[in-house]
Design a binder for this molecule. Structure first.
Ligand SMILES: Cc1ncc(COP(=O)(O)O)c(C=O)c1O
Length: 376
């Protein structure tokens, strides 16, 4: 080995066992083998990794930690929350099937179900999940999935998971729950009977607004099918994004505890403000807290643009769940794709402000909101 270019690309082989404290980033698109026999081992289950799209230790670590926290037996990571939802839905539904979804699911999920899946011949009906009769009436012979969120975005309706799981079981539907807002620190839908639980790990699991990632966890047979969609459609998550999300997951409980306590205080203060017409903050989600999102409707006479302009260190961010308090405007971002009628049905207006509460001191958060409300 004497030419420059050969020396540049062929270094020493890594020792097989290096005990690093933290899982290293397996930033590789493919894995190598010492022999054809060893490579054959991949196909008969002796060796776990062949090619990163079909599996990588970092994306498996994210799937495993999420499964552990949710109390589910299996999981698979995906490129984003929507990637995870797509993999979960396509694990079950095929051309000609029908999905029944809560009408107040996240706007991106709404669009994906209504438009993208419709293009594949999978139709979705959106129904008020508070109205059990309407839900039952919307079930068709070709319905295969009941889809909802444990806490909805942006009005934080808390789903009755037990009731929905029972209905799904009775009607032989696969029950899929998006647990992004609640996180398994507060709610574990699998334990209520969900067949699959999906996450935008972009949010609380990652927790630092520096990664786009998704995870599906649930029953083994469904996760095997979801994994096949991830692998064969190409919805896999990169090693570095997986690693970042895993690092975030380590502090999920600490962050949720602190952020939920802050959100409780901020929501109580907001209820006393004359420039705030409505405060949406759930009750009874868990004894550990009620989540870290507070949604408000500014009063009719207020100037929402002035409110957003006057927020000081609270940034306007069309996402949520970082350690910093941020605000978003669902009307112009997450729910932009809904038409006027759909927005009205969900209750999103120009006056809707979704506040993602961070880990700062609650009184400091209140101080910033107070200044902005004074200008609104
Ligand atoms: C509840 C919920 N589910 C899914 C998603 C989609 O996640 P991602 O943006 O990671 O695809 C979002 C994004 O905001 C969300 O709020």
């Amino acid at each position: 080995m004497d030419s420059f270019n050969t020396k540049a690309v062929h270094g020493e082989k890594l020792p097989k066992f290096i005990q690093s404290k933290v899982t290293p980033i397996y930033q590789t698109s493919v894995f190598s083998f010492d022999s054809l026999e060893e490579m054959e081992g991949y196909y008969n289950g002796e060796s776990p990794y062949l090619y990163t799209r079909t599996g990588n230790p970092n994306s498996d670590e994210l799937a495993n930690v999420t499964s552990r926290l949710e109390g589910a037996p299996a999981g698979v990571a995906a490129s984003s929350g929507l990637g995870a939802i797509m993999a979960a839905v396509l694990a079950v539904a095929k051309n000609g099937d029908h999905i029944l979804a809560a009408r107040d699911v996240y706007g991106g999920t709404f669009y994906m179900l209504k438009e993208e899946l419709a293009r594949m011949g999978i139709e979705t009906s959106f129904v008020d999940f508070e109205d059990q009769e309407a839900v039952e009436a919307a079930i068709r012979p070709e319905t295969v999935i009941l889809y909802t969120e444990s806490i909805t975005n942006p009005f934080l309706r808390v789903e009755n998971l037990e009731k929905m799981a029972d209905l799904a079981k009775q009607k032989k539907l696969v029950f899929i729950v998006d647990n992004t807002f609640a996180t398994p620190f507060l709610v574990k839908p699998y334990e209520f009977g969900a067949d699959m639980v999906v996450h935008s790990a972009t949010k609380y699991i990652g927790g630092h607004s520096d990664v786009s990632a998704g995870v599906v966890v649930g029953k083994k047979e469904y996760i095997a099918a979801a994994r096949s969609r991830v692998v064969n459609i190409g919805l896999n998550l990169s090693p570095f994004e997986s690693w970042l999300a895993c690092r975030g997951a380590k502090t999920l409980g600490l962050r949720m505890e602190r952020q939920s306590a802050n959100a409780q205080k901020v929501s109580e203060w907001l209820r006393m403000q004359p420039k705030v017409k409505d405060v949406f903050y759930p009750k009874g989600v868990s004894e550990k807290g009620n989540g870290a999102i507070v949604t408000i409707h500014l009063a009719d006479h207020t100037d929402e643009a002035a409110f957003f302009r006057s927020l000081g260190w609270i940034q306007i961010v069309p996402s949520l769940a970082g350690v910093e308090t941020t605000v978003s405007w669902p009307f112009g971002t997450s729910h932009r794709s809904l038409n006027a009628e759909e927005k009205a049905a969900v209750g999103v207006s120009e006056k809707t402000v979704r506040i993602s509460i961070g880990i700062e001191e609650a009184d400091d958060i209140i101080g910033e909101l107070e200044k902005a409300l004074a200008k609104a």
